[in-house]
Write a protein that binds this ligand. Sequence first.
Ligand code: ADP
Ligand code: MG
Length: 739
Amino acid sequence: YVPRALGSGEPLDRERLLAAPLKTLPRPTILDAPITKLRGAGPKLAEAAAEMGISSLGDLLRHLPRGYRDRAEPVGLAELKLGEEATVKVEVSRAKVRPTRRRRLTILEADVSDATGQAKAIWFNRAWLADRLQPGTRLFLHGKLEKRGFNVAEHEFLDSSEAGLHTTGIVPVHAASERLRPQRIREWVWQAIPLARHAIEPVPGRLRRELRMTGAEDALVASHFPPDGHAAEAARERLAFEELFLYQAALVSRRGRRVSGKRGIRLPEPDGQAAAWIDSLPFELTGDQRRAIDEIDEDLAEAQPMQRLLMGEVGSGKTVVCVHAMLRAIEAGHQAALMAPTETLAEQHFRTLEVLLAAHHETGCSSPPHETGRSSRSALASHPRITATLLTSATPAGRRRALLDSLAAGQPQLVVGTHALIEEAVQFSSLAVAVVDEQHRFGVRQRAALDAKGPGGRLPHVLHMTATPIPRTLSLTAYGDLDTTALHELPAGRRPIRTRVVDEESRPAAYDFIRARLREGRQAFVVCPLVADSEAVQAKAAEAEAKRLAATDLRDFRVALLHGQMSSEQKGRAMEAFASGEADVLVATTVIEVGIDVPNATVMLVEGAERFGLSQLHQLRGRVGRGEHESFCILFGDPESDAARARLDAIAEEGDGFALAEVDLSIRGEGEILGTRQHGLPRFRAATLPEDTALLLEARRRVLELRERHGSLEAASLGPLMDEARRRFGDERSEQIAA
Ligand code: ADP
Ligand code: MG
């Protein structure tokens, strides 16, 4: 496919275009050159482009149109019909600005003609254009014939090299911004498109033949300047495949790289301590928990470090599974760490662990603390008392010092903390198992820092956890580099949470209901609405609501307050009060979304539920239904859009988070889910999910096939492919996108 030189019908003279706007650069750096090489791309506009992720000429070419306008070929002036859009090619004979009575309005009029006739062309508020419309000037005009003349929407001068670009044929429309208009992007792409021939072709020839796929150059050209709609979609698909293929290649190889040459700590046969702890629990494990533990045990017995993702809804019992993994490290004389993204969560985990581990000792499994650290099996068999230690930025210096010393000295132990765990000063002498909770909230660099805590160049086994269930397609995209285990089954005795969406009329009844539950000795959450982007405003609202409830509807009860603007000490106190039953009601912002476990809380009331995302509502709801009593979720919602209505319907009807995630995906589309960066997915330029699921699966299959055929993705013959994969989706790149 040879692009037309638009407007003239002649084939594009690439050499000329290449020579004109661009300084010649040696291959292959030309596509890495900044877009300021282009005519009309000054520093200001380049900055605006950078905000959209377009810095280099290559980025620009990968910025595909989000749609096309089908502009007719030019017609003669005599053929124009009243009210119909058309493009004409005309010559100016005279132009003048006509003042109007309204001060803000100017009208520019030009007498124009072509071989078939003449007309009056009209522009509104384009007075400055008059000087350029000298007699004899030739232009394309796109617009509409009206009674008073041809109303011009867009014009282009015929003497420019871009003549016809905006006004004739199929015109690409690229995503633009306030500061960077679509016309400008279109002009840039037009200048840069000849460089498509320098585009790296990352899809191996053999694969392209098998899939009957055009080359990268043709696809880029056809995507920006397609001869017809069909070609545009074919081109997009080819580029989407390429993108997903490279992304999967990067993921599969990242996984390979983490483990290649690096060894983990192969844990010996279970010693009985972890198993004894499981036996001491006051409940039976679910089948899913058992399976997860088995899978993890298999991982731990390997010299290859574990890289597993444990997905499970809130309340599905992930903690037991991860504690078991950590105890496996400790029973073998090593150390274990649990890292959480916030102090609140870390403290919560810490308290849970204290309770879980204490239960164990009370059942008679404890023995005096032993001092020597990793050592003889006999000492281990005696099941030393295991305690957890908390390390966050709030840990007092003295306690921190003592902890760091004992970690460095090799004391087998379990540490719970925040990012504070991966600081330079923290030296584990023998970190064998690391658990990362809410793993998508950590970046690649932080995970690497955790890896670096392994002993003597060896890597810890890492168990990632997430409570955000995501659909299979997305999990393959986001977590293609991890083994995954899902906990679907809720622990026995769990009853579904009765959820209702109600409106203001039901407010008195809702408080009646809550009071009745509180009198029965239960507790309740009240969640205040999301306020766009302002934590401070949100905190204020929560404060006001807590005051109001304490003075009115819930005046007979003790009301506590929790929001993100409180100090961690205040937060700790509020949570403590609620957990201990000292407070009956916790009025909170979404800070309670993760981490709070109060089985006695059985009612959740959410204000302004229509403002929450589906997964967020589901997470919130997971704060109740954690104990033996039936639980309830009351959503005050006033959905103004169909999407909000669909979300509330779904949450009321469906209890399973994985099912809700599918619904969410179909309501929002992946674009928005990705937009929240919830899952650490990269931003794709050509691909969209879930629409391109088939392409994604094909891409993954082909990457694995390629690895099989070449033994490794790092094989020399795959060098160019992997270079491109890393360039576009490598660690640094995805970190950049995630940041
Ligand atoms: P998650 O971390 O996945 O949200 P947790 O591990 O905190 O879930 O478990 C939620 C609650 O269920 C905790 O109180 C925990 O002790 C309890 N629990 C975990 N597993 C079981 C089980 N198999 N049977 C009964 N209760 C369980
Ligand atoms: Mg948990």
